[in-house]
Design a protein around this ligand. Structure first.
Ligand code: AMP
Length: 278
């Protein structure tokens, strides 16, 4: 079922709650693939009702980013959601979500000044604003996010904790193509040649994981291994290669406890991200 208005969604959810149903929520920007599908299926397995939002959120795109050209296909998305067992797809128009004279923002400091936050100023303010609005509208018991966007998960968890939002944040593993490329809505932009070059992300991370497994503790050495591998690929340009504490996202020098190894790489004009936690 497709819902476009907040009012209609709220009355549906109120009726579910009166019946005692639990509600799961999966926020997405659409152009859905098996990565999103895995979140929806997990939500369906853990809740009586599941709401999937499909909304290309303008406030999280920078002025020179791909908001206008971001892929959109609501009919295909609706079919995928219904087949995966979702109850409702919420697909608001921008005017439904944002007042012209809105004056409230949501900003998480510290965690957002590194990795993608450092490279995409304002991005996480946009993410936090839209996610907090969705959590207020849907009031889910659980909300599902992909480890693919590792920093987003850390930021959302911090926001939910700090604002006492009554929801459990569930993190789901990265879903990959058979050859290792992390699934992403942006992969469709890649030419055949770029698609092959994009494998350098997962390949360089595999090398790093192997080194860490072999008890290499030096963050500097691991970063160099990743950078060296990416530099071999002529179509690739490093945006960042970082190894940080997996919860605080603060820099570490040696691998002593759980770390997030996160990279962002331009393949041609397309910026791709990948990561693992060790
Ligand atoms: P997006 O539509 O890109 O905003 O993503 C919506 C949600 O799906 C986010 O929580 C993403 O982390 C998650 N997601 C996107 N791609 C993948 C993937 N390959 N594996 C797992 N989760 C993913």
């Amino acid at each position: 079922m497709l819902v476009k208005e907040i009012k209609e969604l709220r009355s549906l959810i109120k009726a579910w709650k009166r019946e005692g149903f639990t509600v799961g929520f999966v926020p997405t920007m659409g152009s859905l693939h098996e990565g999103h599908e895995s979140l929806i299926k997990k939500a369906v397995s853990e809740n009586d009702k599941v709401v999937v939002s499909v909304f290309v959120n303008p406030t999280q795109f920078g002025p020179n980013e791909d908001y206008d050209s971001y892929p959109r296909d609501i009919d295909k998305d609706l079919t995928l959601c219904m087949n995966a067992g979702a109850s409702v797809v919420f697909n608001p128009i921008s005017k439904e979500m944002y007042f012209d004279n809105k004056s409230t923002g949501v900003s998480v400091s510290g965690l957002t000044s590194v990795l993608c936050g450092a490279k995409r100023p304002g991005h996480f303010d946009g993410v936090c604003l839209v996610v907090s609005k969705f959590l207020n509208i849907v009031t889910p018991d659980k909300a599902y996010f992909g480890q693919k966007d590792a920093q987003q998960v850390a930021v959302i968890k911090r926001m939910v904790r700090d604002l006492n939002i009554d929801v459990e944040i569930v993190t789901c593993p990265i879903i990959r193509e058979e050859d290792g490329l992390a699934k992403s809505s942006r992969n469709i932009y890649l030419s055949d040649e770029e698609r092959k070059a994009a494998l350098v992300l997962s390949r360089s991370l595999s090398l790093a994981r192997k080194e860490i497994k072999n008890r290499e503790k030096s963050v500097g050495k691991i970063r160099n291994i990743i950078k060296k591998e990416i530099t071999k690929e002529p179509l690739a340009k490093i945006d960042y290669v970082e190894i940080v504490d997996s919860e605080s996202l603060e820099n570490v020098e040696n691998i002593e406890k759980s770390v997030l190894v996160a990279i962002a790489v331009f393949i041609g004009k397309i910026r791709l991200i990948d990561n693992f936690i060790f």
